[in-house]
Ligand binder design. Structure first.
Ligand SMILES: Nc1nc2c(ncn2[C@@H]2O[C@H](COP(=O)(O)OP(=O)(O)OP(=O)(O)O)[C@@H](O)[C@H]2O)c(=O)[nH]1
Ligand SMILES: [Mg+2]
Ligand SMILES: [Zn+2]
Length: 334
């Protein structure tokens, strides 16, 4: 059976599927529970099947080909995009954690009424650009503040070209512009810290209480991790969205040009330094220092970029060690 375009199937996925010989009939993973995937076969599927994820790393939003007996996942169709962070560190795990796959737009959700966190947004933007989806920043809980403008401006400085929207899930404000991104059966993903109001926004978009929402702590406005599993949900009209559990740490994963895109302003400045190997420290003719001295670039932003670049290098070195170890194990087995 041809996969359902209303469920988000598109030409790029079609090409990947045909490249592997068009096996089976791909369905879309709407949620994952301890080794089991719930898979929808078409947009109006109200009896999705549950199949095992044996030896495959499935993510919500994935298109998968079930085995003929619908016992397990046989193939994952190549993702068109994926929001991936490093799995939380324990031991020497070197693993990716895909929060959402085959997404067109990733909404980076921050709450007004708490101090803006530019550093967190920078990290999220790096991962968003690397995901292959289009990043959009949403500031929720606008009903809590008299004037969202100062926070909006602070985060827009970091978002560079990415749009920054303002909304309230609780009062259904600013919902239509968000929903508009789903036209053409696109898939939206909502990411952000626990308690920022992702699920409340999702319910406003769906116009029904699809997701549970939870209290935030009095003192620091932190959420209590109400959403525990990502979920793919159908928007009224057209399009899909993925609500995700709030994540505390946004650790980088091996990437493409996310850092370059998220810090395009700083890289532009670097191109104008007198020396090609400028360390942007105290060299003469340093365009980055000049911008900082003129108040055009926040020193914290440069420091943040340096931290992220260092994190990326450390990750790449770790990957090399990891691959060498894997190679040695491979040799021994033979
Ligand atoms: N005033 C106000 N409160 C909101 C708004 N959106 C969410 N909240 C409240 O913030 C708390 C957390 O909302 P959730 O939607 O559960 O947050 P979440 O981002 O889904 O949190 P996790 O699922 O833990 O990641 C709840 O008490 C909501 O009622 C809003 O627009 N305005
Ligand atoms: Mg939630
Ligand atoms: Zn310089």
């Amino acid at each position: 059976m041809e996969p359902d375009r209303e469920l988000g199937w598109n030409d790029a996925l079609d090409a990947s599927w045909r490249a592997i010989g068009s096996p089976g009939s791909p369905g879309r993973v709407s949620r994952i529970d301890r080794g089991w995937s719930t898979v929808m076969r078409h947009a109006a599927d109200d009896a999705p099947i549950r199949i095992r994820n044996l030896f495959v790393d499935v993510a919500v939003g994935d298109w998968v080909v079930p085995s003929p007996d619908t016992e397990r996942v046989d193939h994952i169709v190549d993702r068109t995009s994926a929001f991936t962070r490093r799995a939380s560190h324990d031991g020497d795990r070197f693993e990716a954690d895909v929060l959402a796959a085959n997404i067109d737009v990733v909404f980076l959700v921050h709450a007004l009424g708490a101090p803006p966190n530019q550093r967190r947004l920078e990290r999220e933007l790096v991962l968003a650009y690397d995901s292959g989806a289009e990043p959009v920043v949403v500031l929720t809980k606008v009903d809590l503040v008299a004037d969202p403008e100062p926070t909006r401006r602070e985060l827009a400085d970091v978002a560079l070209g990415a749009p920054v929207l303002v909304a309230s899930g609780l009062e259904s404000l600013g919902i239509d512009p968000i929903r508009a991104y789903a036209s053409g059966n696109r898939t939206l993903a909502f990411l952000g810290a626990s308690g920022v109001g992702k699920s409340t926004l999702v319910n406003a978009l769906l116009a029904r209480e699809a997701m549970d929402t939870g209290e935030v702590r009095e003192g620091d406005q932190r959420g209590r991790h109400t959403t525990v599993a990502a979920q793919l949900l159908r928007l009224p009209g057209e399009g899909w969205l993925i609500d995700t559990p709030g994540v505390r740490a946004v650790s980088l994963w091996l990437s493409g040009d996310g850092i370059e895109r998220a810090f395009a302003d700083v890289f532009d400045l670097m191109d104008h330094c007198r020396f090609r190997d400028c360390k942007h420290d105290r060299e003469p003719g340093c365009a980055v220092r000049a911008a900082i001295d003129a108040g055009d670039l926040a020193p914290e932003r440069l420091a943040s970029l340096e931290r992220l670049v260092a994190e990326e290098h450390a990750l790449e070195e770790e990957q090399e060690r990891f691959e060498k170890r894997a190679d040695r194990r491979g040799h021994r087995r033979r």
